[in-house]
Design a protein around this ligand. Structure first.
Ligand code: GLN
Length: 200
């Protein structure tokens, strides 16, 4: 049984819960989802999902509730995390915005809303390292990743800008894999499946 924690203080929590259940099933495993709104749950989780939403709200709640140090300890123990959109902003080294207290899990800086406002949200097929076929990436007021640290692997770009990165056990995306039926990124993040297995 895989214990999957979804940071649930705000954002698209149920979509990630559904995606990890489906990704686990595709991998022949069962996942129990734990919604994280207070301290004390993260230490029991094998994997963590940081949803999209509003990064100011999410980062404040993580600090206030004492969840932030637990998430840092999870990553220090080399356990996987998938952080999407606002989740990536919160996980970054710096979001260049005093209202967001970042966790420094991913050695990148991000520019919030750099791709435009809600009306400018869009979907594009993008090539992702580790996937054979393009991934349908949904961007909603997405952050721009603009300074990538030496140890960070860029997994995908859109118009020459990084939109998916891996830093050790953490995969961060500017877009929202949880808003599509395609769970290959969840499978890649948590089960390290090969391109061949993921295209079955
Ligand atoms: N722009 C939002 C923020 O800065 C993130 C948007 C999203 O998660 N879709 O928090």
């Amino acid at each position: 049984m895989l214990h999957a924690g979804v940071i649930a203080v705000q954002g698209d929590v149920s979509e990630h819960a559904r995606a990890i259940e489906r990704a686990a099933a595709a991998h022949g495993q069962e996942a129990t989802v734990h919604e994280i709104r207070h301290a004390g749950i993260v230490p029991d989780c094998d994997v963590l999902l940081m949803p999209g939403g509003e990064s100011t709200t999410i980062s404040r709640a993580l600090q206030r509730e004492g969840i932030a140090p637990e998430v840092k300890a999870h990553v220090a123990a080399d356990k996987p995390v998938l952080a999407t959109c606002a989740g990536l902003i919160v996980s970054a080294r710096d979001a260049k915005d005093d209202r967001v207290e970042t966790l420094g899990l991913v050695d990148v800086t991000v520019d919030r809303n750099a791709f435009g406002r809600q009306v400018d949200s869009f979907e594009a097929p993008i090539d992702v390292d580790g996937l054979d076929e393009p991934f349908p990436a949904v961007f909603i007021r997405a952050p721009l990743i603009d300074d990538v640290g030496d140890g960070v692997e860029v997994l995908a770009e859109w118009e020459d800008r990084p939109v998916a990165v891996r830093d050790g056990p953490v995969i961060g995306t500017s877009f929202h894999p949880e808003l599509t039926d395609d769970v290959r990124l969840h499978r890649l993040a948590f089960f390290e499946e090969t391109p061949a297995a993921l295209s079955e």
